[in-house]
Design a protein. Structure first.
Length: 197
């Protein structure tokens, strides 16, 4: 029963460790690709990003196993809706390109970003609906107010970059601001103020 109470904390730590490992592997891949011409070693280097992805899959599976039936159903519903939303994006993207949407840069990790963004959006939407059904609209809005920081932090940086001598807001700076806010909100909700409160 102890693991059931600490599962969200372990999940957060495991996901953060996998993201740090993914960043380190990305840097290591670039260095090793320039230092060696050995085809076998280059093949292994190309497979290295699978390690953090597998660690994320194990962390999600462990969290799923620690949940009760209602929470498992909620996770599956969110996953299915996120997969559908991602599928719609990838199906509409060629048509949006024909309408003038600029292409993504080469080596752009579009699939993980779209899947993660879809999961966050669907999770927030279903969580809000569940909280509204349980405690009313006002309590649900108050409960999910910290998640607005994920949008407000990049928007604030962009606004300040227009006024102050800050570097201009680029996509990657926006993603960094969004991720910092998301990690901060996740840490607050899991370690400081439990989502069950």
């Amino acid at each position: 029963m102890g693991y059931l109470k600490t599962a969200p904390k372990r999940y957060f730590v495991e996901i953060m460790a996998a993201l740090v490992l993914m960043f380190v592997i990305g840097k290591l891949r670039m260095l090793l690709a320039h230092w060696t011409d050995n085809p076998a070693l280059l093949f292994v280097v190309r497979l290295l990003p699978l390690l953090p992805i597998l660690l994320v899959a194990v962390a999600v599976w462990r969290l799923y196993r620690s949940r009760d039936e209602f929470q498992r159903q909620s996770m599956l519903k969110t996953t299915a809706a996120a997969a559908l939303l991602s599928l719609l994006f990838f199906m509409l993207y060629p048509f949006l390109r024909m309408l003038g949407l600029p292409p993504f840069p080469a080596h752009f990790p579009i699939a993980p970003l779209v899947l993660a963004g879809s999961y966050i959006l669907c999770g927030l939407a279903f969580g809000f609906l569940d909280k509204r059904a349980e405690a009313g609209t006002t309590r649900a809005l108050v409960h999910f107010a910290p998640f607005l920081l994920m949008v407000l932090v990049p928007a604030t940086y962009w606004t300040l970059s227009l006024i102050l001598p800050l570097p201009p807001m680029t996509f990657w700076r926006g993603m960094i601001c969004f991720c910092v806010a998301a990690i901060g909100v996740g840490f607050y909700r899991i370690f400081v103020r439990s989502a069950d409160q």
